[in-house]
Design a protein around this ligand. Structure first.
Ligand code: PLP
Length: 474
């Protein structure tokens, strides 16, 4: 492809992209392909000769698109969203075009300094504690790993990186039984041993019980363990349960334990003054993570990670071979030392585009719309169906199950599973499930960037249609 062909093809693709967004509701939200379908359509070997771009693009549309689940569809109510938005996509086009590798300040000063500024903007937009210093990571999983590694290094006087675990204390990490699997993974990768992660009991709303945490820590100390880190969740994955950060923070301070707060999804809500209570007590935390790539209209991947002790983070990851040394090392932020990766994408650009293009007020308005859709949905389903709301709706995730009278727990599970399967097979909407208290629960998240009330109404009608079919079959 030469530069003229690049220009021509790029124009064609931008038109396709705009058409895609305009017509996204025509695609089945959840891809309907079966395992191996796409693989079988792909040639066994790479082409020896250059292929025409039109053939590649046509295959993308014919072969690939059918195997894509359309996360940007306003009828996507599954998991948590991984939102993009028009300004974010445009920024990603520029990022890909420049292809800058932003490992150190010198390899693109604007990337480092825009990142620093964006982390300050977000901190101010959300009223995060002033001492926090931010850095962009790829995912919340990586940020949580950074937190646990920093806690590990700090607690061992920064020795494990150099001498390994020999002769070191038996560390313990704590989280609730509802926290995300990334905590289990981080504990394993940090070499602590997965049985050194203690899952603390939750209350009836699936939030960690701070008194149980206190008891577990005291017991562990008595048994010769060193409590290392507590991971509190602000908005668990299953149900957006809110762990009581303040109470947990007080326990951590009492025992000198690192507190990491995982608000991967829910953190965005703190842009709303009326929702800032979700972060009450955050000043007691050592580190904090939320994902603009979930609910803040910024393409995956973009995770905001904040720490109180920047020095501990840098000492955990710092490594300086000769070929990376620069004259400015002592005066600039070299983000290679703030996490696992050396090479780094230019992620701050899309945040800059999103925040400026929506304006903070525009973001707030959209979030408030999303919250109101969840309230509307919950009220409507309570009126129309025999349903059980499984947990309080703090934000924009509604957890519910159909509960026709007279069905056993097993039958209820099958009934709800059947409804979910039929909704997703219809291609008109996509919902996922979890289990709360062992009970099969349907999750509906109202957070897609371009979601409107009419999509929520359409989902309710679809549920009505599918539920009626199921009731008739009984
Ligand atoms: N923490 C919570 C509470 C989550 O809900 C998720 C993902 O949904 C994660 C962590 C992991 O996020 P990531 O995919 O950015 O690693």
């Amino acid at each position: 492809m030469d530069i003229q062909a690049f220009r021509k093809n790029a124009h064609q693709m931008v038109d396709w992209m705009a058409d895609y967004f305009e017509q996204i509701e025509q695609y089945p939200v959840k891809s309907q392909v079966k395992p191996n379908d796409i693989y079988q359509l792909l040639p066994e070997t790479a082409p020896e000769q250059a292929e025409d771009f039109q053939a590649i693009f046509s295959d993308f549309q014919k072969t690939i698109l059918q195997g894509i689940t359309h996360w940007q569809s306003p009828n996507f109510f599954a998991y948590f969203p991984a939102n993009s938005s028009y300004p974010s996509v445009l920024a990603e086009m520029l990022t890909a075009t420049m292809g800058a590798q932003c490992m150190i300040w010198e390899t693109s000063p604007a990337a480092a300094e825009l990142e620093e500024r964006m982390m300050e903007w977000l901190k101010e937009m959300m009223g995060l504690p002033n001492e926090f210093v931010g850095v962009i990571q790829d995912t919340a999983s990586t940020a949580t790993l950074c937190a646990i590694l920093s806690a590990r290094e700090k607690a061992s006087g920064f020795t494990i990186n150099h001498t390994g675990f020999t002769g070191k204390e038996q560390f313990r990490v704590y989280c609730s039984s509802q926290t995300h699997s990334s905590i289990d993974k981080a504990v394993r990768i940090a070499g602590l041993g997965s049985d050194h992660l203690r899952k603390i009991e939750v209350d009836e709303h699936f939030a960690m019980k701070a008194d149980k945490l206190q008891a577990a820590i005291i017991e562990d100390i008595a048994n010769g363990f060193t409590p290392l880190c507590v991971v509190a969740a602000t908005g668990t994955t299953s149900s957006t349960a809110m762990d009581p950060i303040k109470m947990i923070g007080e326990v951590c301070q009492q025992h000198n334990v690192w507190l990491h707060v995982d608000a991967a999804y829910a953190g965005t809500a703190a842009i709303l003054p009326e929702k800032r209570w979700i972060l009450d007590g955050l000043e007691l935390a050592d580190s904090y993570v939320f994902n603009p790539h979930k609910w803040m209209f910024t393409n995956f991947d973009c995770t905001a990670y904040y720490v109180k002790d920047k020095g501990a983070l840098i000492r955990t990851f710092e490594i300086l071979p000769e070929y990376l040394k620069t004259k400015n090392d002592h005066t600039v932020n070299n983000y290679r030392d703030w996490g696992v990766q050396l090479g780094r994408r230019f992620r701050a650009l899309k945040l800059w585009f999103v925040i400026r293009s929506f304006g903070v007020e525009g973001i707030r308005n959209r979030l408030r719309d999303h919250l109101s859709y969840a309230t509307y949905f919950e009220q409507e389903i309570k009126q129309r169906f025999e349903v059980e709301i499984m947990t309080p709706t703090h934000l924009n995730l509604v957890c519910f199950r159909f509960k026709p009278t007279g069905l056993s727990e097993d039958a209820l599970e099958k009934y709800n599973q059947g409804i979910l399967d039929n909704i997703n097979k219809s291609g008109k909407a996509y919902l996922t499930h979890t289990k709360l208290d062992g009970k099969y629960t349907i999750r509906a998240v109202f957070g897609q960037t371009y979601l409107q009330k009419k999509h929520v109404s359409a989902l309710i009608s679809l549920l009505e249609e599918v539920n009626t079919e199921h009731t008739l079959k009984r």
